[in-house]
Structures are given as C-alpha cells and as structure tokens.
Ligand binder design. Structure first.
Ligand code: 13P
Ligand code: SF4
Length: 348
C-alpha cells in the first residue's frame, strides 16, 4: 500500500476532535508498518478483524473485516485462516476463540479491558442465579467467557431487544449494563411485551458520559441534525434520539439517511469511519475515546503477528468454552429474524 493511498482514506478523519488529523507525512511513516503487516498476514495465514472503534490506520490499512461485535462474531466463524488477530478488547477475542477453538486468536491490545465486562464475575452470576432461580439469564456480549458460561443466552447491541422479546421466559435477568437494562425495560413496554426485567449495575465509561442535556443543546443548536445513539447510553439520551442501535446499525442509518448533519453518540472510532466513508456528511458535537480499544496500536498488531506475547494469545479452558458456546449458539438461534433496532417515529 502506498502512503498516498492510505492518506486518501485517512485525510478526512479527525480522531477525537478537529486538531488530530492525518497528514501525508504521517501516512509515509505508517505505510512501511502497514506493508509489513500485510506481508506477515499472508505468510502466517492470518486475518485481521477490527472493531469499528479501532484506530483508523488499522481499519483502513490492515483490516480484512470491520464491524460491530455481532458482525465480527459471524466473520470469525466464516474465516478459513489459521490465525485471527482481533483488534478490539479481550471479551471480543474470547468470543472468536469460543467459536474457533482450533484457531489461534490474538488480541494485540496493551490494555484489553472493558468497564462493562470487568463489572461482573462468574461467581456474581452464580449467586444471582440462587437469588433469582426463575429468571432466564441474558448476558451482553461485553462479558468474560466465564460469565457467558453461566448464562442462558448472549446478546449484542444489534439484537438485544429482539432476542429478549423472543426468549421463552417472562422473567429476565440482564447483565451487566444498567443503562441497557433500563433501555430494555422501556423497549419491552413500548413493544407491549409483558416481561419482568432485572439488571446488574455495570456501565460503559464511554457511553455514560453522554447526557440528555447535551442532546437537548445539540437539538437547539442544530435543529436539522439527526441524533443517533448506542443502547449503552442512558435512557434520557436514548429517548431523545432519532435512532438507537449497535455501531454497525448506526453506520447503516447514516448511509441510508438523506440528512446531512448527524450527532453520533458513541466512541470516536465510528465517527472516524463515517468521516472517511461519507465525507459529504457533517458530524456535529464531539465523540469520546475508549482507552481500551485505542490501546491497540499498529505497532502492537505488527508485534502480535511476528511473535505474540503470552498475554496477547487467547486461551480458554475447554469445559468453560463449551458452556459459553451454548449461550452464543442460543444467540444465533434467537437472532434470526429479530427486530434489531429501535426507530423513533421521527426517524426517516
Ligand atoms: P457493538 O456491539 O455495537 O459493536 O458495541 C460494542 C461496544 O463495546 C460498544 O461500546
Ligand atoms: Fe467496553 Fe465501553 Fe470500551 Fe465498549 S466503549 S469496549 S463497552 S469500555
């Protein structure tokens, strides 16, 4: 890949604000690392899966698949490569390993945590199960493999509402996100689905930053802007959004919309993709960075392909993997033909 080619893809991106922009000089520095990664991918029979929150030079320089956690889970199943380099956080790499036990899965991140996944342990779930024996346990994909192993069905931001609606239990314990839990309660009411929904107390430190007040201000300042939010945002933000969905659905909404201005309430990686892929659309307001996702540098991807550190290689005990696989299989079973997103009446 030539530096000019990379620059064409990155030049409209301003990571985290107006000042952080890619120059041709920066792309000239990045291009040799990109090319070494592309060479090593072929040599090692590896594919790079990158979450939309990964840095733009990874998304546009070296990734074979880009998307949200649901799409990437499907991509992980469908690849025939021997090695999966998952540029994201630990729980996403674990999901790929659960589905591909025979492949080597590597997460290059220096700090692969997630405030949601780290908010609950398998022991917490076992205790909750004793407390609520009649409830079906639904885990968000942002959980460890040990937590998934204790639950009945896994969901992602792309299918949470549809799966909970369909799941054959009128008592649901949802974990770990309290905001998504409240949004779930509200959405079941909106859909007139009589389910009792309890939820855990975790939150995403990126999405909890957004407030109803900010949304209100943007509405006043930019009356034509469409406000698009992730279901990890709080209920006030969600209630005042034109569209709510997982990151891939947010992108699709923008692709199909005839509107010109948007406020995207999620991590900056998605805004970067939109700036690169839809240069004629205007993003208003600011985004927030996830330090865990952004701890995957291009150099870490290179190092992980050359000789991964033990901490970068995902390993899972087989009995735990088999139990967690059941909750993912249940997700694939119930996610066919689900209504995936909440669309407010004001939406196109
Ligand atoms: P998606 O499922 O939309 O990719 O979101 C994952 C995530 O971590 C959001 O913060
Ligand atoms: Fe976790 Fe939030 Fe980062 Fe997503 S954005 S990986 S939920 S901390």
């Amino acid at each position: 890949m030539k530096a000019q080619e990379l620059y064409t893809k990155l030049k409209n991106i301003r990571v985290g604000g107006n000042v952080c922009q890619y120059s041709l000089k920066k792309c000239e520095e990045l291009a040799p690392i990109v090319n070494e990664i592309l060479r090593l991918k072929k040599e090692k029979d590896a594919v790079v899966l990158a979450h939309s929150y990964a840095s733009p030079e990874i998304v546009y320089g070296v990734a074979d698949f880009v998307g949200d956690s649901y799409k990437l889970s499907c991509d992980a199943i469908n690849t025939s490569a021997k090695v999966i380099v998952f540029v994201a956080v630990r729980f996403m790499g674990e999901t790929a390993k659960i589905l591909n036990p025979g492949k080597q899965v590597i997460v290059p991140a220096r700090d692969p945590g997630c405030t949601l996944a780290d908010s609950i342990t398998a022991e917490d779930v076992r205790n909750l199960r004793k407390q609520f024996p009649d409830h079906a346990f639904v885990c968000y994909v942002n959980t460890s493999v040990e937590v998934k192993a204790e639950c009945d069905v896994c969901v992602t931001s792309a299918n949470v509402y549809g799966i909970v609606e369909k799941y054959p239990s009128d008592k649901i314990y949802f974990l770990p996100d309290k905001f998504m839990g409240i949004n779930l309660v509200n959405e079941m009411k909106r859909r007139k689905i009589p389910k009792e929904v309890r939820f855990w107390s975790g939150s995403c430190y990126v999405h909890e930053e957004y407030t109803g007040e900010q949304v209100f201000k943007i509405r006043c300042e930019y009356p034509d802007a469409k406000i698009v939010s992730h279901p990890e945002c709080n209920a006030e933000v969600v209630a005042n959004s034109d569209f709510v969905g997982g990151t891939e659905q947010m992108l699709e909404y923008m692709r199909k919309s005839t509107s010109k201005q948007f406020l995207m309430l999620t991590e900056c990686g998605l805004s970067s993709r939109l700036q690169s892929e839809f240069p004629d659309k205007d993003l208003v307001g600011s985004c927030t960075l996830c330090k865990y996702m952004k701890s995957n540098a291009l150099e870490d991807v290179l190092e992980a392909l050359k000789a991964p550190r033990p901490s970068q290689i995902v390993t899972i005990d087989e009995p735990v993997r088999l139990k967690a696989l059941k909750s993912l299989e249940a997700m694939f079973q119930y996610s066919s033909s689900v209504k995936p997103v909440v669309v407010k009446p004001s939406c196109e």
